[in-house]
Structure formats: structure tokens, C-alpha cells
Ligand binder design. Sequence first.
Ligand code: UT7
Length: 321
Amino acid sequence: MKTRICGTGSALPKRVVSNEDLSKIMDTSDEWIKSRTGIAARHLATDETLAGLSAAAALQALEEAGICAKDLDMILAGTISADNILPSLACELQRELGAVHAVAFDINAACAGFLFALQTADAYIRSGQYRNILVVGGEILSKLMDWNDRSTCVLFGDGAGAAVVCPDENCGILSSVQGSDGAKGGVLSCCGRKNNNPYVKNSIKLPFVSMDGQEVYKFAVRTVPKAITDTVEKAGLAISDIDLFLIHQANIRIIESVSKRLKAPMEKFPTNLAFCGNISAGSVPILLDDVNRRGLLHKGDKIVLAGFGAGLTWGASVLVW
Ligand code: UT7
């Protein structure tokens, strides 16, 4: 039994902010951002909520899968920026969708969040415990950015993507690998609220994302090609058998380096980071929905999905569409 993606969806906030727009409010330029990252614009939430964006994405995925919310057994949401600490994004989605029979929880694996959620769904489906699972990856990262730190805030965007997965005899996930390296977590972090109980004194300071960009870059170009090679081998395939590589949209230079290391042409690496920026857990499912709706996925195609990010965490899966 395999786990097949039978529907996808995505939703982006309506406000588009170009590099040019950012250069009017901080010391940056279109030239710097584009040449270092490949990003030209991103969508930033203004009045949207993450639950609202995720529900819009989920409804598209449910429609394509041909099932309704009441058929869902489980909702898994990969996110680090749920609207509230409690309840989880997955539970808020359950309420919005009326998915009354689902068990729902979030997975915090940053930019690998969608991959970890998908791989968790795969384990539940292969065990026979559940059949219809909604997997969501989404972020409103703009609320976690320090808008005085030009080295991070220009990189990220907001949005959500969704996939409905079901059991299938023939098509679906062939193999997966995942990994974590908590010892290196400091290179990409966002502190939590400080304890302010009556027995400690802490200043109330808002926590923001901080990143050592070059360390994250080195981690990504080392880890992602290995994770992809390992999962492709595990599936009994060669890199040349893969039709498309949908990898986390952090930086075009990282994607080019992965393509070079794998000796797979850039035409097999569709991107959307030019207009979306880095949407962390939302990046892979939004790209997946984009290529699906553009008709780039054909029955029998072999596809790699890969994510990497804070934790540090990484994951890759190979599937037959
Ligand atoms: O989901 C995973 C998320 N993270 C990543 O994927 C990050 C991976 N890393 C990267 O993509 C790159 O390291 C960055 C794009 C973040 C930065 O590129 P870099 O080539 O490593 O630049 P840098 O940090 O070494 O900074 C070079 C210069 C600095 O100025 P000085 O010290 O050389 O005078 C920065 O202050 O660029 C400056 N700078 C900027 N200038 C204009 C940093 N941010 C900006 C900016 N606009 N937004």
C-alpha cells in the first residue's frame, strides 16, 4: 500500500510587495536581493489569517481529491507561525472545515515541516490506521521578522499549501528519508516568550527570527543533495529517472547548487521563489500545487519533494504521481 497525493491547493495573501517596495522602507535594493537570492517579490499578509489561507488551500485539495471535509480522518499542519499558540493551526482548520471526524495536530519542523507532515501521514496510512489525511504547510512569517534586520526580512513570504493523501495500490510515495541536527539549531532560530511568572524578572521583548545565512547555506548545499540521493537509491531508482525535483524555495543559488551536485538539469527544478520568497513550510506544497495546476505532472511521473531548515531539519521523499 502506498500513500498517494490525490489533491493539491494553495493560497497566497493578496498584498504583493516587490523588492522595489522594500527599498523604499529599508536600506536594500532589487539588485542585491535578486542577485543573492533570485527573489523579486513576496506576498505579505495584511488582514489574512494562517487558518484562513490554509482553509482556502485545503478546500481546493479536497475538491480535486473528490472527498469532503467530513471524510478526513486526520489533519496535519506543518507550521512555525500558527495564528495562536493554542489551539493549533490543525485544530483551527478542523473547525473552519467542519472536519468533525479528524484528529488534528501541528508539526514544528520549520522549512521541512510539510515534508515531515507528509511522511507522518504516510506512516499512518501504511500502518492502516487512517485513510484520508489532509496535510498542510503554511506560514505567516512576516509577523516573526525583525523589519529592521534587512538580512532576514527580505527573504521570507507568507502563504499556505495543502495536499490530500489517500491509500493507493500503485501510485504514491516510494521512499523517504528525514533527519535532524539539534546541536546546530542556533544558526536559524526564533526565541519563545520569556518566562514572566511572579518569581522571575524578564523584560517583555518580542522574539524575532535570526539567522546565520552563510551557515544555513552551507548546511543546505551539503545536506539536500545527500538526502535526495539516499531516498532515490532507497526507492531503487537513479537520479536520471526523476522527472521533477520540487525543493524548498529558499534561494535560487541553493537550488542551482543542488541541481549541479545531482547532475540533474535545472529544467527539472521548477521554482516560484521569484514571486513568493521563502514561505518555509508553505514553500513545497505551494510549488507542488503550482506545477499540478499548470499541468506539469503526468501520471507515472517520478517526483522528488525535499525540504530543509531550522532545527536543523531535513527530509526528502520520492513518489510516483
Ligand atoms: O529556509 C532556510 C532559510 N535560509 C536560507 O536559505 C539562507 C541561506 N543563505 C543565503 O541565502 C545567503 O547567505 C543570504 C542571501 C542570506 C545572504 O547572502 P550572503 O552572500 O551570504 O551575504 P552576507 O550575509 O555575507 O552579506 C553581504 C553584505 C553585508 O554587507 P558588508 O558587511 O559586506 O558590508 C550585508 O550587510 O550584504 C549586506 N546585506 C544587504 N545589503 C542589501 C545583507 N542584507 C542585505 C540586504 N540589502 N537586504
